[in-house]
Every structure is written in C-alpha cells, then in structure tokens.
Ligand binder design. Sequence first.
Ligand SMILES: Cc1ncc(COP(=O)(O)O)c(C=O)c1O
Length: 362
Amino acid sequence: MTRKYNFSAGPAMLPAEVLERAQQEMSDWHGTGMSVMEMSHRGKDYMSIAEQAEADLREVMAIPDNYKVLFLQGGASSQFAMVPMNLLCSQNKLHADYLNTGAWSKKAIAEAGKYGDINVVASSEDTNFTTIPDFDTWNLNANAAYMHYTPNETIGGVEFHSIPDVGDVPLVADMSSTILSRPIDVSKFGIIYAGAQKNIGPAGLTLVIIRDDLIGEVMTDTPAMFDYAIHAKSDSMYNTPPTYAWYLSGLVFQWIKEKGGLAAMAEISQRKSQKLYDAIDGSDFYNSPVPTEFRSWMNVPFTLANADLDASFLEQAAQHNLVTLKGHRSVGGMRASIYNAMPEEGVDALVSFMQEFEKSNA
Ligand SMILES: Cc1ncc(COP(=O)(O)O)c(C=O)c1O
C-alpha cells in the first residue's frame, strides 16, 4: 500500500506511526479483549486512556492548573455558539469584541450575533482577507466580555505569529488549524478551542481549554450540552464522549512528545512552509496571495499564473501521490495544508513536482 501525501485542510493526515499503533490495538486493547470503541466510557480501562490523553496534552501545551481541558463534540462550529452562550452573561457583560480576518472569523461573528452585541474591532475584508489589520487600528472595548479571533485562517492562509495583547479582556481563540503547531503561552488566553480533524486527531472531537473563572454563569435556557460548567464538572463525561477520537488524539499527543514536543513541531512547520513559499516566490509561474509577514505555516494557498492549467496541475500532482491540493472555492488555485503529520518528504515531493510542472508548461 502506498500512503498518499494528502494536503487536505481537514480531515487531514494523521501520523503513520499513530495509525499503525491504533491498528495493532484495534480489536484487543492491552489484553482487554475489546476495542477502545467497545469500552464503557466509565470503565477503568477507558478512564485510564482518557486521563493519560489529558495529562499528555497538558504536558505538551504546558497548560496551567487553573485551566480545564474539555473533550467535547460538535466541532469548532458549535463553539461559535457555545462561547457567547457561556460568556455573554458573565459579570453583566452583554457585548463582545471580534476580529474579522476571514471566512472562519465571519462565521464566528454571525453566530455570536444571535446572542448579544458584537463589535467587529477591525476587518481585513478590504484586502480579500490576505492580511491582518494593524493592531493600532483595532477598536477594542475595554468592557467587552471577551475578544475573539482566529489565529490561523484555514482558507485564506493567514496566520498570527504573535499573540495580541488585549489587556484584561479574556482572549478567545479558534485554534482549529494551528493548535499544536508551536508552543504558545496558554495563560494569555481565556478560551482556546479547536476541532480535532487537522492537528489533533479524527473528526468528532472538539477540544476546549478554558480558564476556571470563565466557567459558571450561562444564558437562561442554554441546553446542557452547551454549558461549559456541566462538562467541566463531569470531566467531559456528562454524556458519552467521542471515545475513539479521544483515544486516537491521545496517541497523537504521545507522538508529539516523542518527536520533541511543540518546539520541534514549530521548527519543522516553519521549515516545511518556508520550502513551499521559497518555491512559490522563486518563480513567476506560481503566486502567493498573502504578504510574507502574514503567511501561515499550516495552510499555503497559491495560484498558477495561468488558471487554465489548474486542472492538469491537480491531475498530474495526483499521479505523483500528491492529493487534495485544490484551493478553496473562495480563493481559487491551490492550497497545500501541511499540518504536523505531513512528512517533510511530502513537501519536498510537492516542491519537486511544482518545478517539474513549471518546466513543462511555462
Ligand atoms: C479555523 C476554523 N474554524 C472552524 C472550523 C469549523 O470546524 P468544524 O468543522 O469542526 O466545525 C474550521 C474547519 O475547517 C476551521 O478551519
């Protein structure tokens, strides 16, 4: 079997070592005579898997003790609603700040607007979401319940390379496509959330890392499944959690530890993305829509000077085992998503193919 280099934005590649281990443990986990999928989430075997995964994540991300880690369902899209439902009533704060840097910010803003007053502090829509608005222009409200942003816009390929300082206002980050790609200071955030299917594990699991003091009050009539306090109190076992996705994510956390942790992930990610950007910048045949300082380490959109060649680029790339490179319909061209599990050889193979394709089509 040949594993393809899958450049999908998500669900994305998982480390081969993790898949092999899961395969070995598939039908009989550690002599229990059953698959992790078949275990009671309240039994001691599964509890040990769940606790180990959380402990490993806490170690990898250096999560302080005053933060809860929740293993939920519903995807990052559910968090677009859950964040305002839980935070827009605390301390009588009924409004929140949002930064608009792309398609995912916009969705978060639209959903939050159902629950309170949303102030868009700045927007990069005028650059077609290829930049991040200059911090000095943000219209921040010191009294906001929280300030929400998207550190990596998966579609536009725009990424923050530092954490904005919004003072005492809790910072809420949709880290779906950048979590675990570099060390971050968790204490700078009120809430970090992420859908798992890019850098964590399989779809179905949603990770929420939340500071203790933000858990508590919730809007009247909030469904139990949308109440952080209920999930926190029951250690994410209020109902049946996504047990297999949680287990598999735990294997990914161990894999990250074995590879040298987030410092190693950052070094490799920066190097992989730089190779691709160098290939794009070194040619008139390819173009990156994003200015250098805003470029993502995880999602690299690029266009061909002649869009008529897009279809044959994709077809020939697939013949080289390089798949799912088609850009998002709103940006066009190509997008190479190169999360932690994309081997560096995959990026090298893509760069070689791009050069070859240019030679025969320029
Ligand atoms: C930055 C970002 N936020 C949110 C989402 C939506 O995630 P989910 O499908 O888990 O709801 C995505 C999915 O691609 C994303 O990239």
